[in-house]
Write a protein that binds this ligand. Sequence first.
Ligand SMILES: [Zn+2]
Length: 176
Amino acid sequence: MTHTHDTSGPLSPVDERNLRAAMDAARASALSGEGPFGAVVAGPDGVAVMTQMAETLAMRDHTRHAEAVLASRFCHAYYDDPAFRAGATLYSSMEPCAMCLFTMFKAGIGRLVYGLSAERLYSAHEIFSTWPRTTIASRECVRHMSTPMIVQGPYFEDEGLRIVDESFRRCPACRG
Ligand SMILES: [Zn+2]
């Protein structure tokens, strides 16, 4: 039995707006000197309630990915409203890693919509093969969750890759 509702059809206008906001957060994150990653979470009505950029450099902590930090903040803020959390969607500029997926799961977030796929990013930038990373795809993570998480993506991959490319051009340590 699979819990993945793999419905990567066209995005609704609400989903597109929120995913583009996550991509804007990724651009802002890159401009601030962080990794080019951003996330937004919206409630069941589609209204975005929180935005998060990456903060691994600022916090000197490699676990501070935008999606994991956002899932934790969201869970804390809506701890007493599990139905709101279950009906929420996290929008990520890039396909989240396994750490972020399982943090989202424990935070009770019911749905993920992502932009650039991990596969496309890793194939475009060799440097990622030298960094610690997991290779479990988001849909594989979801198959190991006891409650359903809807996963939709990738979307706007060319644009998502451009955000990463531009940020790497500005970062001497990241050119590759
Ligand atoms: Zn992550």
